[in-house]
Design a protein around this ligand. Structure first.
Ligand SMILES: [Zn+2]
Length: 347
């Protein structure tokens, strides 16, 4: 069965040539036909500094893995920006060869750092554009509920500050903001990562699916997601069958070494979807949904491909090089420029 991992990041490898190699290893190990590389210009857990190289690196990676890779860009925020600025940026990114957009802006710490509601009118022109052009938008909203309850967390989480106090938006505030987008742009091709952290609330997921016929969920795991599904296995099985066109495979892998840990990540998804009887994966007992082959084919491959077409958009090397020129002091960008020039010579 063909597999399209619609949610992969990078940034673990310090140099971009190693990232290309790591991606190849991941694709080989898990027999991926295609991947979608999603850019994160704000990636540090602690200080959310803007990394302007992220989109350029994502596009370069796509080009290196052509024709097996697609890439989603992330909007970058600048001081005193306007809706027009964001629209202009988005059009530029699409012209460079991106296939869609991804944002982490709905993660509580980044939402706090950026300070703009997800459904703020500053995004209206951008949303209007991607809705009209049917450009997919992968969005991370919220987090694991327990992170708002430090008293329930292991001590080492609390010591490291891995919890949300009252200065952060709550999950329900963030979900309301996300729904604010849907109310304004109900036709948008929006994909909620990690099943929107709502695997414990099938009624909520059903209501969203029924109210907004274009939304999708991705299966990128978080620790309790598959345990939550298992708790209501029969109901979730019906949900997966009913909305099988709108559930998308993804792992959230970075450019990391493949090993038993990455095997476990893949296995927890695969076994949950495919097995008939209860299984023990990682440290979890799962009650799988045991989906038929034609449904699995959609979730593993066809749904992701139907968002972006069976051929990734061509990367505009000229535009990519021009943008790289502006940041050529960065070692990865310097490497990319040299490699793109070499490509020129080969032609
Ligand atoms: Zn992610």
């Amino acid at each position: 069965m063909k597999i399209f991992d619609n949610h992969m990041h990078f940034g673990e490898c310090k140099n971009i040539a190693d990232t290309v190699q790591k991606y190849r290893e991941i694709m080989e190990r898990y027999k991926y036909e295609k991947i979608n590389i999603v850019s994160l210009p704000y990636c540090s857990e602690n200080d959310y500094q803007l990394d302007e190289t992220a989109n350029l690196c994502a596009l370069y990676l796509k080009e290196k893995l052509n024709p097996k890779a697609y890439a989603y860009a992330s909007l970058m925020h600048y001081k005193n920006e306007t809706g027009q600025d964001l629209l202009k940026q988005a059009k530029m990114l699409i012209a460079m060869g991106f296939d869609g957009f991804k944002t982490l802006d709905g993660k509580p710490n980044l939402r706090k750092a950026i300070g703009i509601p997800l459904d703020d009118e500053i995004y209206d022109l951008f949303f209007e554009y991607i809705e009209k052009e049917e450009i997919p938008y992968l969005i991370h909203v919220g987090d694991i509920e327990i992170l708002w309850h430090p008293e329930q967390l292991p001590q080492h989480y609390v010591e490291k500050g891995w919890f949300y106090d009252e200065s952060y938006k709550t999950n329900s505030e963030l979900f309301d903001e996300a729904e604010g987008i849907l109310k304004k742009f109900p036709e948008m091709n929006i994909i909620f990562a990690h099943f929107m952290f709502k695997a414990n609330d099938i009624d909520y997921c059903t209501r969203l699916m029924e109210t907004y016929p274009n939304i999708k969920f991705d299966l990128t795991p978080h620790p309790d997601m598959f345990t939550d599904f298992s708790a209501k296995r029969e109901l979730w099985r019906k949900f997966f069958l009913k909305y099988s066109d709108r559930i998308i495979y993804g792992t959230d892998f970075y450019d990391i070494d493949v090993n038993e840990k990455t095997d476990r990540m893949v296995n927890i998804i695969k076994k949950f979807l495919e097995c008939e009887k209860e299984v023990h994966v990682w440290d979890r007992d799962l009650k799988p949904v045991f989906l038929p082959r034609e449904i699995l084919e959609k979730i593993y491959y066809r749904n992701a491909e139907s968002l972006v077409g069976n051929k990734a958009k061509a990367v505009n090397i000229q535009k990519l090089s021009e943008e790289c020129e502006k940041l050529k002091n960065n070692s990865n960008i310097k490497y990319i420029l040299e490699d793109l020039r070499k490509g020129d010579n080969n032609v």
